[in-house]
Design a protein. Sequence first.
Length: 432
Amino acid sequence: MSTMFTKRREAVASLLGPDACLLVASNNHVSRNIHHTYSFRQDSYFWYLSGFNESDSIVLIKTDKTGSLSSYLFVPPKDEHSELWDGYRAGPQGAQNDYGFDHGFNNFDADKTIPGLLAGANKVFSLIGYKEDFSQRVSSWVKEARLKDRHTAAIEHLDAGPLLSSLRRVKSDSEIDIMRKGCEISAQAHKSAMQFVTPDMNEQSLEAYYLYKFAEHGSRFPAYTPIVAGGEHACILHYVENDQILKDGDLVLVDAGGEYQYYASDITRTYPVNGKFSAEQLAIYNIVLQAQQEAIAAMKVGNHIMQPQEISERVITEGLIDLGLLTGSAEDLIAEGAHKKFYMHKVGHWIGLDTHDVGAYSDGSNFTQYEAGMVQTIEPGIYISSKSDVDDKWKGIGVRIEDNILVTVDGNENLTASAPVDPEEIEAVMAG
Ligand code: GLY
Ligand code: MN
Ligand code: MN
């Protein structure tokens, strides 16, 4: 059986080298209240390697001295009673037949089986500092394996994080196909929401509309809790209460993206509740839009990740000077970080199986260079709270514009471009 998951296990095995093992645990159910759990969401690393959506499971990848791979999946046992109440379990046989693992085991055999599989390996990789309980189990298995095999070199226990996150940072064609579809679903939800919103609507009604639109097209869950922030709430960067009335004359900032087949989308649009930008809102909006468009243009092979950051800071600083919200030379203001009063977060982050996806931003000396297949958000913003020391007319305006950008061999592709950003287009869409 060859799937994107079996191919990944092969790619990982070649990075592990000969005589090595990798252990990665699934997520477990988390209680919400008595007898009820939060909706289960598989661990992203575990999903990346297995495509297996059950809890209480472990992936083990082992290479022999020639570097060739054996794969093991420890899973919940088949159990008629549990399956009647909680649904189908693949069991060890399903792990082999349906998920392409060489060996399937019941999870209650892990403690007695895994030390024997680790014995003889030179290196054992796991995600150190990631899941405390599982880390302790891995440490005890490694200890037991060392005692079993006194004649070979001591087993080195190493962090799998850099290896797995460097793989996850560059998306394959099949991942890009999924992300393109998921991003389109979420972008269309933003476009329809612009037509749905009206003055005096509660923020949570607008939130519910997004969730409905995501689910209707296959993104049952959002990738993160949506931010639906009317007026000055937009100046609270992680505002998630979403329970206030949207006022006529205010903007609404909506940061909402669905999760599609495990991949996140992360889109922000800011639009006028009554369908018409005021002069001040438009002036701020256009600075953010220019910063965003110029930053996106810098996301290409040959550039590094700080270039969009620096461009967004320069455009925003110059724009705020033009409006009289900052005074001084752009060069000095940028050097002293004056823009951070109004633009206090970074321009973006990797996105993939996690909204804030894994993958280094530098190798310790140099910033990461863009490669085809990397996907990053570009999301500059300007936030002017009522506490700011500025003319009253600017107070309470918060704008962010966020898209998901794929680096291609010859430039980039905006995966979320269907959500309108041009202010005239937004007004036209809202006018219906
Ligand atoms: N929605 C989370 C973020 O934009 O980073
Ligand atoms: Mn966002
Ligand atoms: Mn984001």
